[in-house]
Design a protein around this ligand. Structure first.
Ligand code: MLT
Ligand code: ZN
Length: 465
């Protein structure tokens, strides 16, 4: 157990960085020592709040000299324990680095400090007549630095890609205190290794991301949303095929009847459709004219005739769009108190039907006594499988039973070439299974890369690698 009052790392940092805001109060250690996961107890020795690149640099230089482990922390909405500090580390929070540094209307880029909240970037883009397309339920709390560190995805990856596709520049402090300016907002830059991409998705293990330049997109066309009741797993991707052939989809999300049960109970929502269905889809598509709406209706009717769809509604205004999205975006929060054991799986879109069928059979066989809630970004091959902790089962037993399920789930995922983390990251919780999806040679090379950027091994030890 760390003695917070006399902890060496905090004293060393106070001496080396006298103007750095450093907090050791117990409530801040708890709030900033964890993310949204609940499987490890937070126990950092201090939380540092730098307010500039200079302070980040001083902090890193001292930490490297003193071998002080640092855990970078954004909005702490992560789901793999990547921002958990459970072993007396110093948490580095970017809450005081929330400035918008630049907006360039010609380049159509915005440069922000790492602590700027995702929704603030979306709002800024909107105010400038542009669009920041990365969107997910926790966008009101998550920070851009954390989005980059985890390569955050969300509900519109189908059209716009992940955070990686939006990043045109990064300012990063490496483990030797070096400040790297990666790519400097360029569209084209064929001048050797693009180090920017190593930091995107590095989960805070290679450096501290201090500033980010993001590409903004054209404002989206007017869109509509359909909430559809699907007959079963087999029908899901057939519906996807029909709709994407005729419509310009921006999102194709699914959830099960159990997910609907929880989101309705948690948020007091009415039944979205008259029919009770095993699965539901949220399909969002560009709809600038009546032609697209007619196409959507025709596609819907074709799917009903095939028995793939049982019911559906289409939005008529923005309020209905927001209401329909609540059924999907409210699920995660509605099950968070159990807590859930999260699996964030992905396969190639072409393998989704086979994957769903085999996963369904596996879950019935290996954990019939657990409630499993499924939802996800199925249009890009990403399935969120949440096992809910039964009331009365202790957390350690639940975790170890869930690990047994993971072994089988990940073996299946590996057998069809998928990944054990699509968008949540490996963090602390999925680390034992990294070798399911990365070869020994790849992991060795990743460790070598880490040694180059973080020679003292201070950045987020015990995470990812
Ligand atoms: C989502 O898709 O809702 C998020 O990734 C959060 C989650 O998986 O619970
Ligand atoms: Zn997701």
């Amino acid at each position: 157990m760390v003695d917070y009052q006399t902890s060496g790392p905090a004293d060393a940092l106070r001496l080396a960085c006298p103007d750095l805001h450093l907090v050791t109060e117990a409530d801040v250690l708890v709030s900033h020592g964890r993310d949204w996961t609940r499987f490890r107890k937070p126990a950092p020795c201090a939380v540092a709040f730098p307010n500039s690149v200079r302070q980040v640099r001083e902090l890193v230089t001292c930490a490297a000299a003193e071998r002080i482990p640092l855990v970078p922390s954004g909005g702490r909405t992560g789901l793999s324990g990547g921002a958990v500090a459970a072993h007396g580390e110093v948490v580095v929070s970017f809450d005081r680095m929330r400035r918008v540094l630049d907006f360039d209307p010609i380049d159509r880029t915005v440069t922000v400090e790492a602590g700027v909240v995702t929704a603030a970037v979306q709002e800024l883009a909107r105010a400038k007549g542009l669009y920041y397309p990365v969107s997910f339920a926790s966008e009101g709390s998550s920070q851009i630095g954390g989005n980059v560190a985890t390569n955050a995805g969300g509900v519109r990856v189908l059209r716009y890609g992940l955070t990686r596709e939006q990043v045109t520049g990064l300012k990063v402090v490496t483990g030797s205190g070096e400040v790297l300016e990666c790519n400097r907002g360029l569209v084209k830059n064929a001048s050797g290794y693009d180090l920017r991409h190593l930091f995107i998705g590095s989960e805070g293990t290679l450096g501290l991301i201090a500033e980010v330049t993001l590409r903004l997109s054209d404002p989206p066309l007017p869109s509509k949303v359909m909430l559809l009741g699907v007959g079963g797993m087999d029908a899901l991707m057939k519906v996807f095929d029909v709709l994407r052939a005729d419509l310009a989809l921006t999102a194709f999300e699914f959830f099960t009847d159990r997910a609907l049960h929880h989101v309705r109970a948690g948020h007091g929502l009415p039944a979205p459709l008259d029919a009770l269905c095993p699965l539901y889809v949220i399909a969002e598509f560009d709809c600038p004219t009546e032609i697209e709406e007619d196409r959507a209706m025709a596609g819907f009717e074709r799917c009903v005739a095939q028995g793939w769809l049982l019911d559906g509604v289409i939005s008529q205004n923005d309020r209905q769009v927001a209401e329909m999205w609540r059924y999907r975006e409210g699920i995660s929060e509605s099950i968070s108190h159990y807590p859930p054991y999260k699996n964030d799986l992905s396969v190639r879109v072409s393998r989704v039907p086979e994957f769903l069928q085999r996963m369904d059979a596996l879950v019935r066989e290996v954990c019939p006594d657990f409630e499993v809630v499924w939802y996800g970004h199925i249009g890009d091959g990403n399935l969120h499988m949440n096992i809910l902790k039964p009331a009365g089962m202790e957390l350690p037993e639940f975790e170890s039973r869930s690990h047994e399920v993971s072994e089988k789930t990940y073996a299946l995922t590996q057998s069809i070439g998928g990944s054990i983390s699509a968008e949540h990251g490996i963090g602390l919780l999925k680390r034992p299974w990294l070798n399911r999806v990365r070869s020994a040679a790849e992991i060795e090379m990743m460790q070598g890369v880490k040694r180059v950027f973080d020679p003292a091994g201070i950045f987020n030890p015990g995470k990812l690698l």
